[in-house]
Design a protein around this ligand. Structure first.
Ligand code: MG
Length: 335
C-alpha cells in the first residue's frame, strides 16, 4: 500500500514537473517551458508560437530520441529529455510553402466517444490544468465588441464552412453554400467566433478570401487558431487535440458560458472538453459535386433560430438537432 502510493506521487510529480528546453532553429535559439504532461503535439505548438513553423512541418532532433519525438501522442514525461541538451528543429515557415495545401495529411480518425468517456476527460484534473495554462498563454483579440444578451456560435472552418481539400481557381467555389445567408441570420441572435485547427495566417487568409471578414451584414467577434487548442488524455490513454470552450468563457465571463454557447464542427473530438455544447455537422467535401445540393447551413440556420430563445442550451441534445427541426416544423403546421 505504502509503496504504491509513493509510486503514484513519484509519477504525478514527474508529469507535472516543468522543464526548460532550448530549441535551435534557423540559426537562433529559443527557450521555452514545458510540462511532463504535455504531449509532443503541444511541444510543437509551443515551438510554433516562437517560430511560426506549423507543427506538422516540424521535425525535432534530439540525441537517441528523435524517433519518439515524431510521435505526437507521446507525453514528454515518457521521453528522456533534459534541459542541458539542446533540441534542434527542422522546418519551414508556411509563407514559403503556401502553395501546397494538399500535402497536409487528412484527419480520418474521428474517435466516437461515449458520453461517459467524454465526461471523464473534461473532469480530469490534468486536463483542467492544461486549460488553465492555455488560458494564461492565449489572448483572444476582439474584432468587434461582445454584445449584451447575445448567445455565442463557434464555428470550425475546414469541412464545416469550406472544402479545403478540393482545388479551384477561386476559393469561393469551395465555400459551403449559403454561408453568408447563414452568418447573416445567425448574427441576429449570436455573436460569432471562428476557431480553426490551422494557423491564424490561414484563418485570416481563407475567411478574407470568402468575404467573411468585411461583410456588411454581420461581424465576426473573434478568430481563434490552433494555438488555442489543448491536447488531452482519456483514462484509456488516448490522446487527442480539442477546442476547449472554457478558454472563451474564461476570457468573457460576463457574456458567454456553457448555457449560451453552441459550437459546430465536423470532428466530434474537438468537443471533448465541452461535449454538451457541440453539434457535429455533416462535413462539406467534394465541393464541385455537392455545391448544388448541400443544404446543411439552411437547416442549421433554422435550428439556431429555433433555440435562440432558450435560457439554457445545455438542456438540449444537439445530436438530435434534425429531429428537433422536424418537430418544430410540425408544431408550426398544427398551430
Ligand atoms: Mg473541420
Amino acid at each position: 500500500m505504502e509503496s504504491s502510493s509513493s509510486a503514484a506521487i513519484a509519477v504525478s510529480s514527474l508529469t507535472e514537473e516543468e522543464l526548460t528546453l532550448i530549441v535551435k532553429w534557423s540559426g537562433k535559439e529559443y527557450t521555452l517551458r514545458v510540462c511532463g504532461d504535455d504531449s509532443v503535439a503541444e511541444l510543437k505548438r509551443r515551438i510554433c508560437e516562437f517560430t511560426n513553423v506549423l507543427p506538422k512541418r516540424q521535425k525535432l532532433l534530439y540525441p537517441k530520441v528523435s524517433a519518439k519525438l515524431a510521435d505526437d501522442s507521446l507525453l514528454l514525461s515518457q521521453i528522456p529529455i533534459k534541459s542541458s541538451i539542446k533540441m534542434t528543429m527542422i522546418g519551414t515557415v508556411e509563407d514559403e510553402i503556401i502553395l501546397d495545401p494538399v500535402e497536409s495529411p487528412e484527419i480520418i480518425d474521428d474517435f466516437e466517444f461515449g458520453q461517459e468517456e467524454a465526461v471523464e476527460i473534461k473532469d480530469k484534473e490534468v486536463n483542467k490544468q492544461k486549460l488553465r495554462r492555455r488560458f494564461d498563454q492565449y489572448k483572444i483579440k476582439l474584432r468587434t465588441p461582445c454584445r449584451e444578451g447575445k448567445k455565442l456560435l463557434v464555428l470550425d472552418i475546414d469541412y464545416t464552412l469550406f472544402d479545403h481539400r478540393s482545388t479551384a481557381e477561386n476559393p469561393v467555389e469551395l465555400m459551403r453554400p449559403y454561408l453568408h445567408e447563414f452568418l447573416t441570420a445567425a448574427y441576429a441572435e449570436y455573436d460569432i467566433m471562428i476557431w480553426s485547427a490551422t494557423s491564424m495566417k490561414w484563418v485570416e487568409l481563407k475567411m478574407g478570401e470568402l468575404g467573411v471578414l468585411n461583410n456588411p451584414n454581420y461581424k465576426i467577434t473573434a478568430l481563434l487558431d490552433h494555438l488555442a487548442m489543448i491536447t488531452v488524455q482519456s483514462a484509456s490513454g488516448r490522446i487527442l487535440d480539442c477546442k476547449p470552450l472554457g478558454l472563451i468563457w474564461g476570457h468573457f465571463p460576463e457574456f458567454y458560458s456553457a448555457k449560451n454557447t453552441i459550437m459546430f464542427d465536423d470532428l466530434r473530438r474537438n468537443f471533448v472538453m465541452n461535449p454538451q455544447n457541440g453539434l457535429k455537422i455533416k462535413p462539406f467535401k467534394r465541393a464541385h459535386a455537392n455545391r448544388d445540393s448541400d443544404q446543411e447551413l439552411v437547416k442549421l440556420t433554422q435550428y439556431l433560430l429555433a433555440i435562440a430563445d432558450l435560457d439554457d442550451l445545455t438542456t438540449l441534445d444537439h445530436n438530435s438537432w434534425e429531429l428537433f427541426n422536424e418537430d418544430n416544423a410540425k408544431r408550426r403546421r398544427h398551430a
